[in-house]
Design a binder for this molecule. Structure first.
Ligand code: DAH
Length: 338
């Protein structure tokens, strides 16, 4: 039996030394030192020994079990250490490696133009006003003298969110909000998003407008034209003039459409201006007294002008962009150029 014990002990030592994982060792624990271990199995045969030998053999078995436990524990610590070193190795970072190249971003061309327009008007004493994109019918239509049966109010042109709630179709809503809360003199511009149900090379369902409103005593059409000319020259250069043509808007009287001299041919006529020498920029007019009356501003005392220009159009002309959709596709190859 002693030889048997000896050979089990020797092979256990080899097995423990070769164990690869904590799991292997757990199995060895129950095989060699647990209740149902082979060593305990030997003790069951103790009856075959003489009386004097029995306690001695019991002692040797216990010593062997204690030794094997110690070996298992030592191997366990070894494996933990090896696992830890392997983990560190796998997470090693090469600090001498060159860093990834970062490319710097650039402002969207519309953002650039918005900032430029703001700078021009602020330098002429305007304040910048803001209004919400989600509006009600009062601010988008009723207060702007646009009757219930006006085609612009149709569901096929305007994005309604609810009965009375819509995405503003024009930045003229901000005129209403400013006049509701401020008494003249008023001199503001407002720049922002507008929404209409249209989509082609020169129309996008979301687009940008700049709105101007000036209200004071004695404001007239000449002031409007003068301001437009000053702006257009600052934006496109001294050679570019503006002209106003009679038109109709419900909230201005008289109303006009604004054209500028073609920025490509300077008035000679080309493919951009379709031979006319002029490009359309937006609408303008003198604030209709009805609008003043609705908003509690004395229409006998005050007059005012307003205009609204397409920022996307200005951007396209400034940067020679042929299709409006390019501005909103967010193609990095396009945006990188600005
Ligand atoms: N809101 C008009 C449009 O989107 C443009 C416009 C016309 C704005 C006349 C004005 C204005 O301020 O006075 O078509």
């Amino acid at each position: 039996m002693k030889e048997q014990l000896q050979s089990i002990f020797e092979s256990a030592k080899v097995e423990i030394a070769e164990a690869k994982s904590i799991h292997d060792l757990q199995q060895m624990k129950s095989k060699y030192v647990g209740k149902k271990s082979v060593l305990n199995g030997l003790l069951k045969q103790i009856g075959t020994l003489s009386k004097e030998e029995r306690p001695k053999f019991g002692q040797i078995v216990n010593i062997a079990k204690a030794d094997l436990s110690k070996l298992i524990e030592a191997r366990e610590n070894e494996i933990k250490e090896l696992d830890y070193l392997a983990k560190i190795e796998s997470e090693k970072i090469d600090l001498t490696m060159p860093s990834r190249k970062r490319t710097s971003g650039s402002l969207h061309p519309i953002t650039k133009v918005i900032q430029e327009i703001e700078d021009i008007f602020i330098s002429m004493g305007f304040e910048v006003a803001m209004g919400p994109d989600i509006e009600d019918e009062f601010h988008n239509f009723d207060a702007l003298n646009t009757p219930k049966d006006h085609p612009a109010r149709d569901l096929s042109d305007t994005f309604y969110i609810d009965n009375d709630v819509l995405l503003r179709t024009q930045s003229s809503t901000v005129q209403v909000r400013v006049m509701e809360n401020h008494k003249p003199p008023i001199k503001i511009i407002s720049l922002g998003n507008c929404y209409r149900n249209e989509n082609d090379a020169s129309h996008s369902p979301m687009f940008h407008q700049v709105e101007a409103l000036v209200v004071d005593e004695g404001i007239n059409f000449a002031d409007l034209h003068n301001m437009l000319n000053t702006f257009v020259k600052k934006m496109f250069g001294e050679k570019i003039e503006s002209r106003i043509r009679p038109h109709f808007f419900p909230f201005t009287e008289p109303s006009a459409e604004i054209d500028i001299v073609c920025v490509k041919c300077y008035g000679k006529g080309c493919n951009l201006c379709k031979g006319s020498g002029w490009l359309e920029m937006g609408g303008a007019g003198l604030v209709d007294p009805n609008v003043f009356d609705k908003l509690g501003i004395d229409s006998e005392k005050y007059t005012g002008y307003a205009f609204g220009l397409g920022i996307d159009r200005i951007t396209m002309l400034k940067y020679k962009i042929p299709d409006m959709r390019l501005l909103f596709e967010n193609d990095i190859r396009f945006l990188k150029q600005f």
